[in-house]
Design a protein around this ligand. Sequence first.
Ligand SMILES: C[N+](C)(C)CCCC[C@H](N)C(=O)O
Ligand SMILES: O=C(O)CCC(=O)C(=O)O
Length: 370
Amino acid sequence: MAPMIKSLSAAGRFLEVSWEGMDQPVLYPALWLRDHCHAPHSMNQETNQRSVDTFAIPTDIELETVSLDHDKVTVHWRAEDPASEYPVSFLWKMSDRKTQAETHEKAHWAAADLKGALPEEDWAAVMAEDNNGLKSWMEKIDLHGFALVKGVPATPEATQDVLRRIGYIRETIFGGFWDFTANLAFADTAYSNVEIGPHTDGTYSIDSPGYQAFHCLEFDGTGGESIFVDGFKVAEDLRQSDPEAFETLTQVMVPAQYRGDGAHLMAEHPVIGLDRQGNLKKITYNNYDRAPFRLENDLQDRFYRAIGLFHEMINDRAYQLRFGLRPGTVVLFDNWRVLHAREAYQGHRRLCGAYHNKEDFLSTLRLLRE
Ligand SMILES: C[N+](C)(C)CCCC[C@H](N)C(=O)O
Ligand SMILES: O=C(O)CCC(=O)C(=O)O
């Protein structure tokens, strides 16, 4: 919610706005303002797309006058350009260049932080059309990197209905919504009963699936416990304990590949991906799918040391939330942050689930937050 505007003035090359509660006024450059005009002559009111010709705006454009009427600021230009309009909320959102990225708290965790108190929502609340339960579930996923939905009917249909509350399901070589057992339907150990160590999916994908969901529909066997690790917690601890190893894992582009099922997918990502501000953005790690690659020998040694430390940490029980997936409980986790694993199992186990794109989850959550 934008604070009140204490004062505003047209200062030639800048619009100067003093916001309630901010010590310093905010300066908005004339060219930037003209380029972001919200009036119908410059923005398509149906599609919210820019229609002004950015490149025809005089680069030395200057403001003549400015006025405020309720929640709209109007600027008159010295050039012959028509008056421009700006919602106050827009100017507030653009008031601080440093916080352009939507920064929402991430609560990093080790096992002890969440044991016995896993983030969850009830199925009925998540499905309710008022979207309150859906928002609460998605906020918990955004905060913790995962959250459960309890009381879901143990059917593929009910599971799909829950997942589609977030948005359309991401298609991959494995299809869209998957429902599988240890039948090696695909050339991947997920379709077997062997142990799979902590990893993220889609390291071989240029756009790794943003989120992944599992719902165990049937289980008649032993073992098969699931493991979840907060890769952001591990990365931040490594940043403190071994800055060189952390640096290596943010710098080395690690290739991965999927060969089989009529595909040869390849992509490369750093194990620890950072955003422009140096904040954690994406963990990409799957030692099984790492493709052969060479580095200059010294760096090769540093790389093996660094992934050795990372491997040790993600396999440390102190970081591992461990619980069995059982019928009725859907888990949805951030595949760009949380690593998942499975112990070997014996007997029958039927799992269903799906991926969502990172952008589609964030789009739905953004709309729910408006
Ligand atoms: C589709 N389903 C999730 C069942 C299995 C996908 C296998 C994913 C692969 N192990 C990877 O790490 O990308
Ligand atoms: O079977 C499981 O619990 C998970 C398998 C897995 O790691 C995956 O599908 O990526």
